[in-house]
Structures are given as C-alpha cells and as structure tokens.
Design a protein around this ligand. Structure first.
Ligand code: DCM
Ligand code: DCM
Ligand code: DCM
Ligand code: ZN
Ligand code: ZN
Length: 269
C-alpha cells in the first residue's frame, strides 16, 4: 500500500490491541502518542531503496505465478523468492520481535516490519506476479497515465477518502472501519477473519491470508485478464467495484495486525 493504506491499517490495529500490547509497543517504539503505530507503518518502504535496506526489497510481496482471471492461486514453494518474500519476512520479523536475546532497537525494528508486512500482505497485487505485481501495466486514472500497481496502492483509496492530509484522513478512515468491525457490516465476519490465525505456524497463517487476497486478483483486479486492462480508464466503474473490496482488505489487515501483535506481546512477556 501507499501511505494512506499503511497508516490506516496501523491506526485500526492500535484501536484493537490489548492494553499490555499498547504499553509494550509504546515503550519499544519510544512514543506515548496515539499514532505510535501509524507513524512507523511506512518506515519499511523508506528503507528499501537505501544501501543497507536493499536486502528487504523483495520482502513486501509474493509473486503468485498463476494465470488470472481463469486461475488464481499462490504456492509458497513455487512463489516465494530465494531472497525472501512477504511470507518469510512476516515469519522472520515476528520471531525477532519476540526474541528476548535481541537488543531493544532490533526488536523495535522487527515490530515495524511486522506492522508493515501485515499491511502489504492484504494488497491484492502484492500477491500476484503478472507484470511485477501490475507495475508494468499502463492504465488511465482521471485521464492520466499511471501503472496498475500504483492505482491499487494509492489512487483508489485517495479517491475513496477525498482530499486532505494523510494522517487525519487515515485516522478518520480507521475510526469508520473500527465501527464497521465492532457493530457494522463486518461485525458478523470479524471472528472468521481470525480463523486462520495460528501463532505456532506463521508461514501457514500468512499463506492463508495470501490465498484469500490472491483470489481477489481474479475477481477485482483482472476481471477480464491482464491484457484487457491495458490503457483502460479505471476511475469509473472499475473503481466503484474495487473500492469496497479494498476497504475490507484494509479493515482485515488492521484487525489481524492487532491480533498478531497481541500474540507477540503475550509470548514475549
Ligand atoms: N541498521 C539498522 N538501522 C540503521 C542502520 C543499521 O537497523 N539505521 C542495522 C543494519 C545491520 C545492523 O543494524 O543489521 C548493524 O548495522 P551497522 O553495522 O551499520 O551498525
Ligand atoms: N538481523 C537478524 N538477526 C540477527 C541480527 C540481525 O535478523 N541475529 C537483522 C537486522 C537487520 C537485518 O537482519 O534488520 C540485516 O542484518 P545485518 O545487516 O546485520 O546482516
Ligand atoms: N511490487 C510487487 N510485486 C513485485 C514487485 C514490486 O508487489 N513483483 C511492489 C512493491 C512496491 C511497488 O510494487 O509496493 C513498487 O516496487 P518497485 O519499486 O520495486 O518496482
Ligand atoms: Zn505496493
Ligand atoms: Zn511495502
């Protein structure tokens, strides 16, 4: 996701984590503010193009070698790169974040990676190989040229929320989504969102979330296949169908992030 998506998932998580998780993370991340998670949610994107952070550049996605729209599927052995993917990254940094033998700065860094990668794992094109997750596909947005990946990372959410500063927009969106989870349209399914969560098997948990997200590629990202979308204007009908699904993915990511962080902190203490 772009900034809005990551900040929002982290704000949602901060509304669902337990009191002890909040206290532990505020201490580890050295912040006592309500945005203690939101403000570190995009950090992993800021280091991936630096020299020391280059080793993390493939950690943000898994390249499902499937063939949408006929067949969507993702396979850990087949699709996770040797240099690492979002599945192994989430598992490795989960382990680091609860390893008491590591220094606090490294556990803090690991927690920042966990917060980021749970978010990215819920972006459909981060679970798809075609044209490097859509980066190589040119489309139109309000008449201008964009790549499809950017549309899904940022443009759809930006249109959905309207103009404004990212943090206030994300904070408001997170409150809307928290209400939808607690008592609105997601309240009946929120328990099912945690059904695949197995803290003893982070790889399988992440794969379950990835499979669910990859399915959306066939239905919402490439409903008529990758060739048919080239050059299409996406800010109309396509957007109307995509935005509610994208919103649900952001809600799921935030809710699952909170549950995962609670398990990390329970284990650590
Ligand atoms: N490191 C980090 N944050 C930085 C700089 C480095 O997390 N701002 C990491 C990269 C290495 C480790 O710390 O894993 C040691 O780095 P160095 O040898 O640069 O101290
Ligand atoms: N790292 C790790 N396990 C360790 C030490 C460091 O996973 N025992 C992390 C810290 C950095 C990354 O790996 O995020 C790169 O470390 P380095 O630059 O030390 O190879
Ligand atoms: N990306 C992806 N799948 C790929 C390659 C990249 O999901 N196979 C994502 C990571 C970034 C964005 O696309 O969010 C841009 O990546 P890059 O700058 O590496 O092209
Ligand atoms: Zn992206
Ligand atoms: Zn990312």
């Amino acid at each position: 996701w772009g900034g809005l998506g990551h900040i929002t998932t982290a704000y949602i998580a901060s509304q669902f984590v337990s009191n002890s998780t909040e206290a532990y993370l505020k201490h580890l991340l050295r912040s006592n503010e309500p945005d203690y998670m939101a403000k570190v949610a995009s950090w992993a994107d800021s280091i991936r193009y630096t020299k020391w952070g280059r080793f993390t550049s493939t950690f943000h996605f898994i390249d499902a070698h499937d063939s949408p729209p006929e067949s969507c599927n993702v396979d850990f052995e087949r699709d996770c790169k040797g240099t690492g993917c979002v599945i192994t990254a989430l598992a490795n940094y989960t382990e680091q974040s609860l390893d008491p033998s590591l220094p606090p700065w490294q556990r803090a860094q690991a927690a920042k990676f966990v917060i980021h990668f749970v978010g990215d794992l819920h972006q459909p094109l981060h679970n798809e190989d075609v044209a490097r997750g859509g980066n190589g596909i040119h489309v139109k947005w309000n008449g201008r040229d964009f790549n499809l990946h950017h549309v899904w990372d940022s443009s759809i959410a930006e249109k959905w929320l309207g103009r404004g500063k990212p943090y206030p927009l994300a904070e408001k969106w997170s409150r809307d989504l928290t209400d939808k989870i607690n008592g609105g349209i997601y309240s009946k399914e929120k328990d099912a969102w945690l059904a695949d969560l197995d803290f003893s098997d982070p790889i399988e948990t992440a794969m379950a979330w990835s499979r669910e997200c990859n399915k959306l590629v066939c239905e919402y990202v490439f409903p008529e296949g990758p060739k048919a979308i080239v050059g299409q204007e996406l800010s109309g009908e396509y957007y109307e169908k995509a935005a509610p699904m994208l919103e649900k993915q952001v809600a799921r990511a935030g809710y699952r992030m909170a549950a995962w962080l609670d398990l990390i902190v329970d284990e650590f203490q």
